[in-house]
Design a binder for this molecule. Structure first.
Ligand SMILES: [Mg+2]
Length: 122
């Protein structure tokens, strides 16, 4: 079973994501900010994928992404970045910083399944 880490400061989003990702057969871990997520990545390796919110307190999605890609992990997880606005410049920035894919919130099960299939997680 593959493991996905949901990083979002919204408890409601984490709950919905857990339900969707669990139904796709993934083992789901949760973090409420980038700092929390980094701690989990360091302790629960391997994590196969990260569903990453952008706006979060303490450490945001971009800061986490950059820290993650600098971590000396045996294998780097696939990162799917979440955004609420049509912020293409931000998405380009995220892709250049090592994100594999992105989804617009709110996402449906079908959209997230497609993204995870395209990136080889499913
Ligand atoms: Mg947020």
């Amino acid at each position: 079973m593959k493991t996905i880490l949901v990083v979002d400061d919204s408890r409601a989003v984490r709950l919905v994501s857990r339900r969707v990702l669990g139904s796709l057969g993934l083992d789901v871990l949760e973090a409420e900010n980038g700092e929390d997520a980094l701690r989990i990545v360091r302790n629960y390796s391997p994590i196969d994928a990260v569903l990453l919110d952008w706006n979060m307190p303490i450490m945001d999605g971009m800061q986490f992404l950059q820290a993650l890609r600098a971590e000396p992990l045996p294998t780097q997880p696939v990162v799917v970045m979440c955004t609420i606005e049509n912020g293409m410049p931000r998405i380009v920035q995220a892709m250049q910083s090592g994100a594999n894919e992105y989804v617009m919130k709110p996402f449906t099960e079908e959209i997230i399944r497609n993204k995870l299939q395209e990136t080889g997680v499913l």
